[in-house]
Design a protein around this ligand. Structure first.
Ligand code: NAD
Length: 531
């Protein structure tokens, strides 16, 4: 993960009739194996299924830009400063000694996957995930974006109070070169009133169509000025209140375009940014919890085959919850309540101290155990059963408090209270203290890099008979493969959300491997079980 060690030619070659390398593409055949289950009178009949697909990945990683909305905030400045520190190999003194820049916390740059075994020793072989397919290196991302606060980036980093002084001191001249953020869209109704003091860099007027046109022009200019092939547009601005989903306003693609033209009050800044990116054909990721992706925005993304992903970065408490709740339920233990409390003192915490913005976060944090509960009807009664037919679900509460003194260092307490064998009870308490923005920044990188990669992957379903194969097509616009990094993953409408962190990682790993034509690594390890 040392920056200079990381940029090397594609490190893996698959030797197989199913994988074809050309100058331009890696094309791989993949057999999607599943089971179709029918239920009748409590009896399950299972039919194994197999469907061949082909994935085609463009090998050249284009020059990629990352435009962040909220670039002057804690996440935005921390991301820019740490990339610059890596790019320029800036080391800094801390009280523990000399610190090297790195990408620890990034799934792609700091974790590995098992790709098979070495035949003579039988030992597992692991490679960095970023070696599986050609991906943009974070050091190469071209940085830019918008903020309602016009503070220059070096000063904004100072305001954030996240990084060590010695790093800030050395990286400041590089940050200054990024200049000030572009003026942004500010509708006071959507973020907390306490943010008003920073809003000194805003697009004039209240004409939402004019605002949309300006953001589209900003994306185009940034792309042209930097000769970019791709720009990932990323919301890491403050959490907005939920938008009301209103028939005729934001429920269809045409309605939301008309609502923007009419400057309708329920069109939020984040939805406007999403629409701008979609219309420019650039991907948009939402790192905050609000419902940016109202049905009309999703429909517009479908219409333009433009990629979107969200919602809300899954940095700490929720990530652990998605592991621990699954562990308990899969161990046959029954969580009765999960009580999550946290306090933080950064600007995000200040914004979340307002009721409507807290509500967005509460919703995003709440659904994380739903699929685990639904998967185990031995422990939890299904909807339609139980008292008043309401089914069963653990009590789940989320509290967030703003305590300025602790700054960016978030403290979280989670209590898992569970029923165990024959009426017994178990209580697990977890106390976690962590710098919020240093957890979030690597996730933004992973999301941007993966998103860029997924724009280069196409697929086709191969016919099982002699029919001619169709042409290659892009993936479905809602990138649910990003779920690992997101608290409330947006998925294809009508499909189920997977919250389990392990399943999310497996999905990603299997997908990347499928793109080079290797089957998802099986933990069956049959060779270790037989003679
Ligand atoms: P922050 O308050 O430090 O930064 C947000 C920035 O957005 C500020 O500079 C603000 O001026 C700007 N802003 C607000 N409205 C804007 C608009 N309409 N256009 C452009 N800029 C605007 O917050 P942060 O700690 O960087 O977090 C950013 C977002 O990420 C928040 O919504 C937060 O809930 C979400 N998030 C953070 C974490 C984490 O661990 N840090 C985890 C999950 C989600």
């Amino acid at each position: 993960i040392h920056p200079t060690a990381a940029r090397r030619p594609h490190a893996i070659t698959v030797q197989s009739e199913n994988t074809l390398y050309t100058e331009e593409h890696i094309t791989a055949k993949f057999f999607n194996r599943g089971s179709s289950v029918s239920v009748s009178d409590g009896h399950f009949t299972i039919t194994p299924t197999v469907q061949p697909y082909e994935f085609q990945t463009k090998r050249t990683v284009g020059k990629t830009g990352l435009m962040m909305i909220g670039v002057g905030g804690n996440n935005g400045t921390t991301l820019c400063a740490t990339i610059l520190a890596n790019r320029h190999n800036i080391t800094w003194h801390t009280k523990q000694g000399i610190q090297q820049p790195n990408y620890i916390g990034s799934l792609l740059r700091a974790s590995t996957v098992r790709i098979g075994t070495e035949p003579t020793t039988g030992h597992d072989v692991h490679v960095p995930i970023s070696d599986v397919l050609p991906m943009v290196h974070p050091n190469d991302l071209v940085l830019g974006g918008w903020d309602i606060s016009g503070l220059r980036m070096d000063k904004a980093m100072e305001r954030a109070q996240v990084l060590d002084y010695d790093l800030q001191r050395q990286v400041a001249p590089h940050m200054a070169l990024l200049g000030a953020p572009l003026p942004s869209i500010y509708y006071p109704d959507f973020i907390a009133a306490n943010q008003e003091a920073r809003a000194d860099n805003v697009l004039p007027g209240t004409d939402k169509q004019a605002h949309l046109d300006q953001i589209r022009a900003d994306i185009r200019k940034f792309k042209a000025d930097n000769s970019l092939d791709r720009v990932v547009v990323f919301w890491t601005a403050n959490t907005e209140r939920y938008s009301d989903v209103l028939p005729g306003v934001n429920d269809t693609a045409d309605h939301i375009l008309a609502a923007i033209k009419a400057s309708h009050a329920e069109v939020s800044p984040s939805s406007l940014f999403a629409v701008a990116a979609i219309l420019e054909g650039e991907p948009f990721v939402n790192g905050a919890p609000q419902n940016t992706f109202v049905p009309g925005v999703i429909a517009l993304a479908e219409r333009h085959s433009s990629f979107i992903g969200g919602d809300d970065l899954k940095s700490g408490q929720t990530k652990l919850k998605s592991v621990l709740a699954e562990f308990l339920v899969n161990a046959g233990i029954k969580p009765l309540s999960i009580a999550s409390y946290n306090h933080l003192g950064n600007n995000d915490g200040h914004n979340l101290s307002a009721e409507r913005q807290f509500r967005s976060k509460e919703i995003s944090k709440s659904s994380v155990v739903d699929d685990m509960v639904d998967a185990n009807r031995l422990l939890y009664k299904a909807p339609g059963e139980g008292e008043k037919g309401k089914g069963e679900h653990p009590d789940h509460i989320v509290v967030i408090k703003y305590v300025p003194a602790v700054g960016d260092s978030k403290r979280a307490i989670d209590e898992y209270y569970s029923e165990i064998f024959c009426g017994g009870r178990s209580t697990i308490n977890i106390f976690n203290e962590c710098e919020d923005s240093l957890l979030a920044t690597p996730l933004i990188l992973d999301l941007a890099i993966l998103t860029e990669l997924l724009t280069r992957v196409q697929y086709r379903k191969l016919p099982v008979n002699d029919a001619p194969a169709p042409g290659f097509a892009p993936l479905y616009p809602v990138l649910s493969l990003l779920s690992y990094m997101l608290k409330a993953p947006l998925v294809k409408p009508g499909t189920e959300v997977v919250n389990s962190l392990n399943r999310q990682r497996n999905a990603l790993e299997s997908f990347l491997k499928a793109c080079i034509g290797i089957e998802g690594s099986s933990d069956l390890l049959l060779e270790t079980r037989i003679w």
